[in-house]
Design a protein around this ligand. Structure first.
Ligand SMILES: [Zn+2]
Length: 464
């Protein structure tokens, strides 16, 4: 399930029992006000795929490849940025890329900026910053985030400046690279692509389209184009490098292309609705990706019985695909069959090589819906397992608190509520619940210690 915040298309939102913000922790209250509307989406399938794109490139670039966090920003414009171990990428960028290679090329270019030490000061700041603050930056509220540590003009002022137009945004963009840095990053990117036996054509195609002033995503302004200047000679140089590579003709493995197609169709269905998904499906007639889109749109906009039949056919075609099982679980939950849903999610968890933290939480939710004491105990185990893999999943803590509450374990429920507030950036509420939890806990036990950490946390000390 691709889950998203409440603010966007109501029709889609109605399809969700849970809406999740990845990590709503923000640097300041100014950013926090903005963060409430920050569109982060979570999805096990897409996060795993983008991580699979990034990992070999990061390795080739000498960057830490383990535990790369993929942050999906629900914005139709084209953007991608790396801060620390977090790779931020807009759903619009993923949607507009016809092949994995196009996205891999952009990731390689971003890795080139990091390896080149470009904007190191900003990067260091962002590395310490919370996810939401970085997204605010990426979405063009950069002036606001930068100002937050000095004199902020406030949300309205910064937002207005960004909305005023591309030219002004280019000047204000704190992410803007210099032209020489672009050439360096391109060269590094080709090095990483060669090291991993991949073509640079996707990168050339992407940047070539930026240069021709065509928006890749259909958005009025692609922030990526503004922050990465494209002088004429840059594309010419890049073209020479790409064509010199022994891997220029290398195409993406068919299985990877298939996963990419499925991802695009899923984003189209969730973000653009039935029409957007159908448009893409018509380009891939008879493909498994197209069948997947059909099942997704039936689930979101059609009938559940049809969706289930289509998803069962998908499972038959790829019995080891965890995301087909996840979709079965989503459909069965919506059809109010939590027991069958729990079985489907259990399969999804056991099949998932990427060990997503999201799938055990979905499994746990289904177990909670089953509602027997035994299934509630199991739900706690699963949700804790998911949260151990994915510490900042604020929504997961809310489910955990509910499960503990139903089991009558009130101190644990209070601590889980404190964690949920903590990872949402609501530190005051987090402290209140942490103190409540401590009153019923033994001094020094693990829960008590964690509660103490939350009580002691001072957000301002994390800033520099
Ligand atoms: Zn660049």
């Amino acid at each position: 399930m691709l889950s998203r915040p409440r603010s966007t298309i109501a029709r889609v939102v109605r399809a969700f029992a849970t809406l999740s913000l990845a990590a709503t922790v923000a640097v300041t209250s100014t950013v926090s006000a903005f963060a409430q509307n920050v569109p982060v989406v979570r999805d096990a399938e897409i996060e795993a795929l983008v991580r699979a794109y990034a990992r070999p490139i990061f390795r080739a670039a000498g960057l830490p490849e383990d535990g790369v966090d993929i942050v999906l920003v629900n914005d139709q414009s084209f953007n991608a940025f790396v801060a620390g171990s977090r790779l931020f990428i807009n759903t619009g960028a993923l949607m507009s890329a016809e092949t994995p290679n196009e996205i891999i090329g952009v990731i390689a270019h971003e890795a080139g900026h990091i390896a080149g030490g470009h904007q190191q000061k900003l990067r260091n700041q962002l590395e310490r910053a919370k996810t939401m603050a970085i997204i605010a930056t990426l979405l063009g509220a950069g002036a606001m985030v930068a100002g937050a540590t000095s004199k902020s003009r406030g949300l309205a002022g910064a937002g207005m400046g960004v909305a005023a137009g591309g030219g002004e945004m280019a000047q204000r963009s704190i992410l803007a690279y210099q032209r020489t840095e672009e050439m360096t990053a391109d060269r590094s990117a080709i090095t990483y692509l060669n090291a991993t036996g991949q073509s640079g054509l996707g990168m050339l195609k992407t940047f070539g389209r930026f240069q021709s002033a065509l928006s890749l995503s259909g958005a009025q302004v692609d922030p990526y184009r503004i922050s990465h200047p494209l002088p004429r000679e840059r594309i010419a140089n890049l073209e020479v490098l790409v064509k010199k590579s022994p891997y220029v003709e290398k195409v993406d493995p068919p299985a990877l292309q298939q996963r990419h197609d499925m991802m695009r169709i899923k984003i189209a269905a969730y973000m653009g609705g039935q029409a957007a998904a159908s448009r893409l499906m018509r380009k891939m007639p008879g493909s498994l990706a197209s069948q997947y889109g059909d099942a997704q749109t039936s689930y979101l906009f059609g009938n559940l019985a049809g969706a289930l039949a289509k998803t069962n056919a998908l499972v038959k075609a790829q019995p080891k695909n965890p995301y087909f099982q996840e979709l079965r679980g989503d459909i069965l939950m919506k059809a109010n069959k939590p027991k069958a849903a729990a079985e489907a999610y259990a399969k999804a968890v056991s099949l998932d090589p990427a060990r997503s933290g999201l799938l055990p939480v979905s499994y746990g939710q289904a177990l909670m819906a089953v509602g027997t004491p035994d299934s509630l105990e199991k739900a706690v185990v699963q949700i804790n397992k998911g949260l151990a893999r994915d510490r900042e999943n604020a929504v997961g803590y809310r489910h955990l608190a509910q499960a503990y509450g139903e089991l009558g374990n009130i101190p644990a429920a209070d601590l889980a509520t404190a964690e949920g507030h903590f990872y949402s950036g609501a530190y005051k509420d987090a402290k209140i619940f942490a103190m409540r939890a401590q009153m019923k806990m033994k001094r020094g036990e693990p829960g008590w210690i964690r509660a103490q950490d939350i009580i002691n946390y001072a957000p301002s000390s994390k800033k520099k």
